[in-house]
Design a protein around this ligand. Structure first.
Ligand code: UTP
Length: 291
C-alpha cells in the first residue's frame, strides 16, 4: 500500500527577477492575488489534500513568509477588542499549527533541484508533495489532492501535466508518456526546457508533484543541467524505470503567476469568481474596456 503523503516542500528561494522592482525586498510568493498572497493559496491547496506539514525553502528577503503563517498577536488582539470577528478569522486562517512549518534557507539560488534537496532532512524517507507557489491552481478537488489520490493508486511519483503550445516547450519540463487511462499515464521520459523542434511532446509539468524520497539520492550528486542549474526534472528523469512514475492530466484552472500577464489574469479571473465582488469587478472591467 502507498505511504500517505503528509509533507510538502514549497521552494520559494528564487530571485523573482520578472517582478522587479516589486520583489526587490519582498518575496514573489507574497504578491497578492485578490485577497491573499500566492503562498497562502499553495498552503490551502495542500491542507485540502490532507497535508499539514510544510518545509519552506527560502532565501534572503523572505522573512515576510514566516511572519505570514505566524500568530499576529497585536493585530489579532486589537481586532478582538474591536469586535471585528470576520477580519480576525481572516488573519487566523493564515496561521499554521505550531511546529508544522520549517523554514530552511537555500543559501544560493542554484536551481529548483537544489532547493528541494535543501529540504531532505525534514522530509526523511517518505513521499512528499512539491508545489511551486507561483503557479496558482483552482479546482475541486485541488491539484495536489488529485496527485495524492493518483499516488495512492500507483504508489510512486506523480506529476501534474497540461498541454502547452509547442512554441512554449522551452519554458517547461516536457514529459513523454504511454498507456494513458482517464488522464493517468505511465511516464517514459522528462526533459527540461527542450526547444520546440526537439520536444518529445507538448505535455508540460506544471509545478505540482508527489515525489518519492529516492529523488534526494540523485539530487545529492549536484549535477547541473539546463541553464547551469541543478534541475529537479533531471533527478526525476533518473528515477523513471526504477520507481513507478506517472503523469496526471490536471483537471482545473491554472494561472502562471511567475510572469506579469499570468499574474494579472489570475487577479481578474479570481475577482470575477468572487461571490462578493464578482459582479462589481465585471462592471468595472466593462467600464474600463469601453473607455
Ligand atoms: P522560477 O524559474 O520562476 O525563478 O522558479 P524565480 O527566480 O522564482 O523567478 P524569475 O524567473 O527570476 O522571475 C520556479 C520556482 O522555483 C523556485 C522559485 O522560488 C519558484 O518557486 N526556485 C528556483 C528556488 O527555490 N531556488 C532556485 O534556485 C530556483
Amino acid at each position: 500500500m502507498a505511504q500517505r503523503v503528509r509533507k510538502a516542500v514549497l521552494p520559494v528561494a528564487g530571485l523573482g527577477t520578472r517582478f522587479l522592482p516589486a520583489t526587490k525586498a519582498m518575496p514573489k510568493e507574497m504578491l497578492t492575488v485578490v485577497d491573499r498572497p500566492l503562498i497562502q493559496y499553495a498552503v490551502e491547496e495542500c491542507l485540502a489534500a490532507g497535508i499539514e506539514e510544510f518545509v519552506f525553502v527560502t532565501g534572503r528577503n523572505k522573512g515576510a513568509l514566516e511572519d505570514h503563517f505566524d500568530v499576529a498577536y497585536e493585530l489579532e488582539a486589537t481586532l478582538e477588542q474591536r469586535g471585528k470577528g470576520a477580519e480576525l478569522k481572516q488573519s487566523q486562517e493564515a496561521t499554521l499549527k505550531a511546529g508544522n512549518a520549517i523554514f530552511t534557507r537555500q543559501q544560493k539560488p542554484l536551481g529548483l533541484g537544489h532547493a528541494v534537496w535543501c529540504a531532505r532532512h525534514w522530509i526523511g524517507r517518505e513521499p512528499f508533495a512539491v508545489l511551486l507557489p507561483d503557479e496558482l491552481m483552482v479546482s475541486s478537488p485541488t491539484c495536489t489532492a488529485q496527485l495524492v489520490a493518483a499516488h495512492e493508486k500507483t504508489g510512486g511519483n506523480v506529476l501534474a501535466v497540461m498541454e502547452v503550445p509547442r512554441e512554449q516547450t522551452k519554458s517547461y519540463g516536457i514529459v513523454e508518456i504511454k498507456d494513458e487511462t482517464n488522464g493517468l499515464a505511465e511516464m517514459t521520459g522528462i526533459v527540461e526546457k527542450p526547444k520546440p523542434e526537439e520536444a518529445p511532446s507538448t505535455l508540460a509539468w506544471i509545478g505540482r508533484s508527489v515525489v518519492m524520497p529516492e529523488v534526494f539520492d540523485h539530487l545529492a550528486k549536484h549535477q547541473t543541467g539546463a541553464g547551469g542549474e541543478i534541475q529537479l526534472t533531471d533527478a526525476m528523469a533518473k528515477m523513471i524505470g526504477h520507481t513507478p512514475f506517472h503523469a496526471l492530466r490536471y483537471a482545473g484552472q491554472r494561472y502562471d503567476c511567475g510572469n506579469r500577464l499570468g499574474f494579472l489574469e489570475a487577479n481578474i479571473a479570481i475577482a470575477l469568481q468572487d461571490p462578493d465582488s464578482g459582479a462589481d469587478t465585471r462592471a468595472l472591467l466593462t467600464r474600463l474596456l469601453k473607455g
